[in-house]
Design a protein around this ligand. Structure first.
Ligand code: HEC
Ligand code: HEC
Ligand code: HEC
Length: 111
């Protein structure tokens, strides 16, 4: 009986800590909505970068600052650059991650 009580208290403390610090860290890894730097291409919504999904797969330094600075909007990303293997294109080339193709546009471009 005693043991179960202590276990319950420990489990509760752990849960409270997780909720508190887990939630506090979240905003840093939230989705980043890109702002379009190319005028006249508004028929397709701006790209959304899901930070969290990438953070699970890679250490920070894989992207920061080798590919991206730690600052939203810091880069003039374009499709030409991506197709050239820069920015997202360093991985979204069909080898490391899904490539740019007409069946994948809306995985990056959605609202
Ligand atoms: C797969 C690549 C990738 C990985 C891995 C990654 N990031 Fe990022 N990060 C980005 C991109 C892309 C941006 C936005 C850059 C832009 O808008 O030009 C960004 C932006 C940021 C920003 C700025 C956010 C803002 O609102 O200004 C911070 C802070 C950041 N990252 C921290 C981290 C940390 C900490 C890690 C590891 C835990 C990490 N990133 C892992 C790609 C990555
Ligand atoms: C791996 C993610 C990704 C995929 C897949 C992708 N894009 Fe993009 N695209 C971006 C990013 C990031 C930008 C820069 C931010 C913005 O303008 O939305 C961009 C920019 C654009 C732009 C602005 C003008 C330009 O040429 O840069 C257009 C239009 C565009 N994409 C269309 C498309 C179309 C059409 C497809 C499918 C054939 C596609 N994108 C696939 C990430 C992607
Ligand atoms: C360091 C490599 C790397 C870079 C750089 C990178 N990605 Fe990814 N991305 C991945 C991997 C790996 C996955 C998961 C495998 C897959 O879906 O093909 C992924 C998955 C995604 C997904 C799907 C997430 C989901 O919910 O399943 C989107 C959307 C995406 N990336 C957008 C982007 C955009 C936009 C950029 C540039 C701003 C970018 N990525 C840069 C490696 C990368």
């Amino acid at each position: 009986m005693m043991r179960a009580g202590i276990f319950f208290i420990l489990a509760t403390v752990l849960l409270v800590l997780l909720m508190r610090y887990g939630a506090a860290a979240e905003p840093e890894y939230a989705d980043i909505v890109f702002s379009r730097k190319t005028p006249g291409a508004d028929e397709i919504p701006a790209a959304v970068f899901p930070h969290w999904v990438h953070r699970i797969n890679f250490k920070c330094y894989v992207c920061h600052d080798a590919i991206f600075q730690m600052k939203a909007g810091a880069h003039p990303v374009t499709m030409d650059a991506i197709r050239d293997g820069k920015f997202c294109g360093a991985c979204h080339n069909g080898k490391v991650a899904f490539p740019v193709g007409f069946d994948t546009c809306d995985r990056c471009h959605h609202q």
